[in-house]
Write a protein that binds this ligand. Structure first.
Ligand code: HEC
Ligand code: HEC
Length: 378
């Protein structure tokens, strides 16, 4: 909780103890999880969460009515989609892997690599409105048609009214986005074997997983430098984070070295595509590792198939692409983080780290009715 008074530059909400309990209940947050930062302009309410859940699963939200958010974010895959990269509603193959949405509310920035999307409300414009590449395809020319689908539906009329009381009765893209962001913020995963261990059940992890946990947090494997804290990423914030202490970390972890000049494949060079600064080539946000055993394939382009191969990538100090247009050794990428130098690990140690990572799987999360498709007949 922020107790130091009004920091008007902060984007976090200043909450009273009473509203703290209210948020814990709405988010079904166990005691060991901090309260995420909820922006003041979009306070969390049950009515917005409910509306957001209906919208998340509704194909009427795409211009041609073929896709919904859930077409790329499946609950069974911890809201990723088991593909290297997905295809949008009109057939564009996207460059990036669909991200899992576990504990998304705690991320300091959004998407694989963007230091300007600091609120979910900013980011959600992309899947809905973008025209290159098209995801849901609600471009300017399609907007009125899509909004009218919800405006003329009686059940939606009631839900929009309940979610946005006191505003005009119309449906707007802002209301849709605010409701979706509210629903996505409730996707809290905090009931894995690892969580049981953290709250005191020392038998919740096997001996192998405990060995893996200490290797993960040790100076040989170095994982914890970038994947740390309750959400296993340094890209983190909660209601206590002040705007000047927030980190927006992005790293090159040695996945590619095209032309031996530090480049990544032309389709996606990470932060460099926004900044044009060569030092930003291949820089991506360290993802949360929550439910990581359920979100294969891995990395921003889905290019690594299994967790074992991910750990081998780090042990090698980068990935070798032996031939083809992306030929090169990521190990020698000049922009690679100094924390990724490679190390010698036995098969047993690698298995232990993989077993630990799998202890972050939360089967309650992927079976929780609150996150499931609410539409009848589905
Ligand atoms: C065609 C597939 C597709 C559809 C449809 C889609 N997404 Fe995504 N989603 C992705 C991909 C790919 C990314 C990664 C984007 C990037 O890094 O640029 C992503 C990223 C996200 C993120 C950021 C997660 C993070 O950790 O930063 C959120 C939140 C999200 N999607 C929610 C939604 C919602 C809500 C909808 C419906 C309005 C939606 N998505 C529709 C594929 C999709
Ligand atoms: C220097 C920071 C850094 C260190 C150290 C690091 N990682 Fe990562 N990790 C990242 C970044 C950045 C990505 C995303 C890279 C990309 O997509 O190109 C990533 C991706 C991953 C992924 C894939 C996540 C997903 O959703 O696809 C896993 C799993 C992972 N790391 C595990 C580990 C393990 C295990 C270690 C220790 C051996 C480790 N990381 C060390 C920064 C780091």
């Amino acid at each position: 909780m922020l107790v130091t008074g009004c920091d008007i530059s902060s984007t976090t909400t200043i909450v009273s103890t009473e509203s703290e309990q209210y948020l814990r209940t709405l988010l079904a947050l166990p005691d060991h999880m901090p309260i995420p930062a909820i922006p003041e302009f979009n306070p969390l309410t049950q009515e917005k969460i409910t509306l957001g859940r209906f919208l998340f699963y509704d194909t009427q939200l795409s211009a041609n009515q073929t896709q919904s958010c859930a077409s790329c974010h499946f609950q069974i895959d911890a809201f990723s989609d088991a593909l290297e990269t997905p295809t949008g509603s009109t057939g564009h193959v996207l460059a990036r892997n669909s991200q899992g949405l576990s504990n998304v509310a705690y991320n300091a920035s959004f998407t694989w690599s963007n230091d300007t999307f600091l609120e979910l409300e900013d980011q959600l414009n992309v899947p809905i409105r973008a025209d290159d590449p098209i995801e849901l395809g609600v471009t300017d020319s399609e907007l009125a048609t899509v909004l009218s689908r919800f405006e003329t539906d009686e059940q939606y009329q009631q839900m929009f009214q309940a979610a946005f009381p006191g505003s005009d009765t119309g449906v707007s893209m802002n209301k849709i986005i605010f409701a979706l962001a509210s629903f996505v913020r409730t996707m809290v995963s905090a009931n894995s074997a690892y969580d049981d261990y953290v709250v005191g059940d020392k038998s919740a992890l096997t001996d192998q997983q405990k060995q893996g946990f200490s290797l993960f947090n040790g100076e040989k494997f170095e994982c914890f430098h970038c994947h740390t804290g309750i959400n296993f990423t340094v890209s983190y914030r909660d209601e206590n984070s002040s705007s000047d202490s927030l980190l927006f970390p992005f790293f090159n972890n040695g996945l590619y070295n095209v032309n031996n000049d530090g480049s990544y494949p032309e389709t996606d060079q990470g932060l460099f595509d926004l900044s044009s600064d060569p030092a930003d080539k291949g820089k991506f946000r360290p993802p949360s590792l929550r439910n990581i055993g359920l979100t294969a394939p891995y990395m921003h382009d889905g290019s690594i198939g299994t967790l074992r191969e991910v750990v081998e990538h780090y042990a090698r100090g980068g990935t070798l692409t032996p031939s083809g247009i992306n030929e090169g050794d990521g190990k020698n990428n000049p922009y690679k983080s100094a924390l990724i130098t490679g190390f010698t690990a036995t098969d047993e140690e690698i298995d232990a780290v993989v077993a630990f990572l799998e202890s972050l799987n939360d089967y309650d999360f992927i079976n929780n009715e609150k996150f499931s498709n609410p539409h009848q007949g589905n």
